[in-house]
Design a protein around this ligand. Sequence first.
Ligand code: PDD
Length: 279
Amino acid sequence: RYAYVNGRFVHHDDAAVHIEDRGYQFADGVYEVIPVHDRRLIDEGPHLDRLEYSLNELRIGLPMSRRALEMLARELIRRNAVTYGFIYMQVTRGVAPRDHKFPKKTPAPALTMTTRQLPKPSAEMEEGYSVVSAPDMRWKRPDIKSVSLLPNILAKQKAAEAGCQEAWLVDENGKVTEGSATNAWIVTKDNKVVTRRADNSILSGITRLSLLKVMEREGYELEVRPFSLEEAHDAREAFLTSSTNFVTPITRIDGRAVGNGHPGILTMKLRQAYIEQVV
Ligand code: PDD
């Protein structure tokens, strides 16, 4: 298995970066996770748009042209024979003696890529995920896909210790922002799909964007607004979206069943529609 590290394909076991990489010392960098479906990258355009956005917000340069990034990504997928899974791409500000402010002489941004093989996603799902709620302790710019993920890690660990697959983060107004690594959705008793606006308070998920398009095309009723944890507890259905989970039903929140405790009908339709449109 190969990885890409600063200009070279190397064996994964030998892939290493400098200890004074600002990504390592300050989490001064950003990343993307792009799904691979049947050897093809899914939504690579929007993912690279978001990579550029994150880099811009942090004033880190694009390490190479988009075209070159795409070609490297494809080459790594080919070398690793990834059929289903994802490619992980990370860009940091680069290597410089430790000093909080940006280095005076701008270092070359450091670029690394790895891949992961995952099982082929199925439109069916017997069981939904369970989630726990946790306070959203992140900084005020989760719209930047930064590698600084301590609050996300702690929330996900809390979920794992509670036997759950994800944590839903709750802001100071009692509203769900998103999951630790996924976007959050509910379906109300009158079949309206609710999700929060992608402002600075959440990551604008690419799966979320794709699903919104599917919903528009198929005429689903949508409300783009924040929802409270209470509303989620009382919702008919709940689900999450991400590049690695697609559309995944949620059947328990804080130990309480959502709806009838089974994956929601509308959720499963959306999962199927989403998977069909990426194939
Ligand atoms: N997580 N919100 C957060 C905080 C995320 O980290 C992610 C993605 C999402 C969903 O975004 P997308 O649909 O573009 O994958 C929402 C990736 C998969 C990760 O960190 O592994």
